[in-house]
Design a protein around this ligand. Structure first.
Ligand code: DX5
Ligand code: ZN
Length: 219
């Protein structure tokens, strides 16, 4: 399907973890469309964050879509735990293992939405054969592992993903993650993105500015 209205998914990686529940409530109230949840395992990426118990603990704070970005390998043994914790969309990396099709089947067998993420060096062609299983494509515009990095301008890749989605006729979110600020957001939207993740740009300047920060990314 063609490009949908722009939606914003604040990444709680940039939240104040000592007040995580309040931070999730604040971005919900400030107009977040999805809550982006970055799970890192210290193995697939060189950083560690949190897992299902923490996600479960914030599930009752917001009714927004929990968009769970798994930067872990292997993926499949933990899918059920993330579903039980309250994920609405689970996104796995193409690079996380040899059996992407099986991973997507497993996610979908739980009746939730399935996404696939591509590191900067991974070509869009790597997902052509699974496009009919996808609800979301996440293009990384930084190397995954940390917030606050600079945007890698992969605009041609975003355009190629847009064309692949349009040709599929399916409703698939085209999500961009890494280094999103008001300027790079515009570039991504012009290239065909319709879902933007932002950590640093949403959480800067404290809760009273979250609504303004989110609005500034809508293009
Ligand atoms: C990076 C994460 C991103 C990150 C984005 O591995 O997947 O979601 O939190 O942070 P910013 O918006 O600060 O680049
Ligand atoms: Zn992410």
């Amino acid at each position: 399907m063609s490009q949908q209205p722009v939606r914003i998914a604040p990444s709680i990686l940039s939240a104040d973890f000592s007040r995580l529940g309040e931070e999730v409530a604040a971005i919900d109230k400030a107009g977040a469309d999805y809550i982006h949840i970055d799970v890192m395992d210290g193995h697939f990426v060189p950083n560690l964050t949190f897992g299902p118990p923490v996600i479960k603990s914030i599930r009752n704070v917001s009714n927004k879509i929990f968009d769970v970005h798994l930067m872990i390998a292997p993926v499949d043994p933990l899918i059920e735990d993330f579903v039980k914790a309250g994920a609405n969309i689970i996104t796995a990396h193409v690079e996380a293992g040899p059996h992407l099709h099986r991973t997507l089947q497993t996610i979908k067998s739980h009746g939730i939405k399935a996404g696939v993420s591509l590191n900067p060096a991974t070509p869009i062609e790597s997902i052509r054969q699974v496009i009919d299983m996808l609800d979301l494509i996440l293009i990384m515009t930084v190397n995954p592992g940390f917030g606050g990095q600079s945007f890698i301008p992969l605009l041609d890749k975003i355009r190629d993903a847009r064309a692949m989605i349009d040709a599929s006729g399916r409703t698939i979110d085209l999500e961009i993650d890494g280094g999103i600020n008001p300027q790079t957001a515009k570039d991504c939207i012009n290239a065909g993105a319709d879902l933007l993740v932002a950590g640093t740009a949403v959480f800067k300047d404290g809760p009273e500015h979250y609504a303004r920060n989110i609005q500034a990314l809508r293009g």
